[in-house]
Design a protein around this ligand. Structure first.
Ligand code: NAD
Ligand code: DAU
Length: 340
């Protein structure tokens, strides 16, 4: 098999490349990544001699067609995206360009050159949010699309395009919608790695609003296993929700991290809330369990210990990040976010 993995130098894409190299040593894996601020070639260093890496933009039609022409891939897994909600609130445009137009270019290439499978890595955020006072409500694949942020609107638009190309042109597409991931190589602008890194540096931990918003956390390797199953056994045209029934409020997460690092809760600082902040995400993963036999394997208690340990063991990976342009990002995003 020849598989193109876009966004393979990012958090989940990078973990997926590591997973696939190990599981399918005879497959040819081609990573296409623009290396934006979120892409990190060091994430791929341990497997670089086993893959082909191309620096390029999924929205660059010429470059994408050239890749298809040369490689004639059997499958595409599209992880490439602008992925941070807070950045989408500051500057939506690049989210539309990459997440929507980039997806369209990839699918046009699939139409032109043919493909066995195009897989779109989507998110539970396309379903909007759920209230805190109805814990028996979950997102199923039938839940209507109802987005909140420019990020989620761009991901939902891409999903609709993928489905349209499936129906109109008969492209063999699948979509997965996963809950929040955590694990190694997670960029420290997102909740869990940001809190680990700040705690290690004895810096304040900025919790938005009252900290009661709930996310459904899944260890990244479990997400990779689910995508592998969908690629190889999933049915074209289908959407699969992926989640671990592991709901935690943000403040619970922050306190767990502080405890694991033996740091004081006095580091917690409540700051101004995110605009349009989604209250609760919770996935019903019944379909992927029933049809493909997928279940999460890593319990949160174990996954979070492994994750914290990874950040302790891989300081150079994140120290380089937080000393670069991240400094300006942090100042811009958190400098004027008043304490509550
Ligand atoms: P990330 O921001 O860590 O990585 C994104 C990668 O895409 C980076 O390597 C970046 O360089 C690359 N990229 C960005 N724009 C590009 C472009 N125009 N062309 C080529 N490459 C480009 O993101 P992530 O957290 O790993 O998320 C990966 C995918 O999974 C995204 O589509 C996201 O919407 C989805 N997702 C993420 C989560 C999560 O919890 N992180 C959960 C569900 C779904
Ligand atoms: O649900 C899947 C989604 O999960 C993915 O589609 C996104 O790409 C991914 O970034 C993630 O989105 P969230 O907005 O849920 O993740 P984030 O880590 O940015 O925030 C998680 C929660 O923590 C959210 O309620 C906001 C809060 N938060 C976040 C940051 C960065 C804070 O309280 N303080 C912070 O500094």
């Amino acid at each position: 098999m020849k598989i193109v993995i876009t966004g393979g130098a990012g958090f989940i894409g990078g973990n997926f490349v590591h997973y696939m190299v190990k599981k399918y040593p005879n497959d040819r894996l081609i990573v296409l990544d623009k290396l934006t601020y979120a892409g990190n070639i060091e994430t791929l260093q341990p497997v670089m001699d086993k893959i082909k890496f191309i620096k390029g933009d999924i929205a660059d039609r010429k470059a994408v067609y050239k890749l298809f022409e040369e490689e004639k891939p059997d499958m595409i897994v599209n992880f490439a995206a602008e992925s941070h909600v807070d950045r989408s609130i500051e500057n939506p445009e690049v989210f539309l360009l990459t997440n929507i137009m980039g997806t369209q270019v990839l699918m046009d290439a699939c139409r032109k050159y043919g493909i066995q499978r195009y897989h779109q890595v989507s998110t539970d955020e396309v379903y909007g949010d759920l209230p805190l006072d109805q814990p028996d409500l979950f997102f199923t694949e039938e839940t209507p699309i109802h987005t909140s942020s420019p990020y989620s609107a761009s991901k939902a638009s891409a999903d609709l395009l993928v489905q349209a190309y499936g129906r109109t042109y008969g492209l063999p597409v699948t979509i997965s919608r996963c809950s929040n991931n955590y694990g190694p190589y997670h960029f420290p602008e997102k909740l869990i790695p940001l809190m680990i890194v700040n705690a290690l540096n004895d810096k304040p931990l900025p919790v938005y609003g009252n900290g009661l918003n709930v996310r459904d956390w899944l260890y990244v390797e479990d997400h990779c296993k689910a995508i592998d199953l969908i690629l190889h056994q999933g049915k074209a045209g289908e959407v699969y929700n992926i989640g671990g029934h592991n709901e935690k409020s943000n403040i619970e997460i922050v306190k767990i991290i502080l405890k694991l690092l033996d740091k004081p809760e006095s580091l917690i600082t409540y700051v101004a809330d995110r605009k349009g902040h989604d209250m609760r995400y919770a996935i019903d993963p019944t379909k992927i369990h029933r049809t493909l036999g997928w279940l999460p394997e890593t319990k949160f208690e174990d996954g979070i210990v492994k994750t914290v340990q990874w950040y302790l063991d891989n300081r150079s990976w994140w120290e380089k990040i937080i000393s670069g342009e991240y400094v300006q990002y942090y100042e811009k995003m958190y400098g004027d976010r008043c304490d509550l």
